[in-house]
Write a protein that binds this ligand. Sequence first.
Ligand code: SF4
Length: 343
Amino acid sequence: MLAWYRRRRRPLPWRRPGTGPYHTWVSEVMLQQTRVETVAPRYEEFLRRFPDPETLAQASEEEVLRAWAGLGYYRRARQLQAAARYLVAEEGGELPRDYESLRRLPGVGEYTAAAIASIAYGEPRAVVDGNVKRVAARVLGLELEAPDPVLHRRARAWLQGYHDELAARRAHGNAAGDLNQAVMELGATLCRPRAAECPRCPLRRDCRSARDGRALVRPAAGRAASAEELLLEMLLARRGEAVLLARRERGWNRGYFEPPLRLLRGRAPAAAALEREWEIPGGPGRFLGEFRHGITRYRLRVRVREWTGLPARLPGCWRWLGPEEGPWSTLARKAAALPGRPA
Ligand code: SF4
């Protein structure tokens, strides 16, 4: 596995020489729930803007959310900053060097702590994500569903066995970090959800699924959580490049600036927040277009109308903001990019 990984790994920005614990931490938080292709350019931009825990701790929340825009799951950005502030206040700005101490940082769970401890500090500790669970289920021949905690435990024990073996052999280089990344890389490239390239796989001799040909039914398919469809209406007022926006104080996209939205069809816990967030002066004008967007388990269809009848004096929460200000939410950016917008 190590030889395969060291030969075949994709040249991703967080794998460059000189990557330190802070870089590993940022990349691992970004990679939870977000695709590698989306993360790569944003990771570099984020680190240019916040090169160490001190700059991240000192930044305003708006600056951090602006740098995170487009990555989704914005709670991660707030937690990252909260942990950076804790580090600066309590630990002299240095990340702790072992799993147990890393777990004490705000918002740092089992996955992130194990990833930093192994990749940055060489601690022999298994990291378990969706890719690792899929590979383990196939190697061990387990037809458990992916969210099943038994599969999580079995995957961790399986990978930890290799870590213990490497530690006993005193393997050279960062064997712990490379081993974890090797299994994740294998799951992302050869042992994918809908394809398994067993003849090219370094685990094929030890893999039960390579022998019985049942890779694609492992892990077992669970009942897919059905996405909820919501139809929304958004009002858009533009002045040159600027758009009239207000900061969301709760619900989705909290901390981001967005035009007014109302729910036309569908039910959602966030619906109340969507409808009654703002007192909206003026009202809907001509239809400008429609776009789709996914947020967590919701599929949104957003109809955008021109925002007309604006009074000369707007309530204080509304601001004309250019694309570099804000931060704009992704919904705001998608609406502003629609053709047919008013002049
Ligand atoms: S041998 Fe096939 S099923 Fe087994 S881990 Fe490798 S790619 Fe996955």
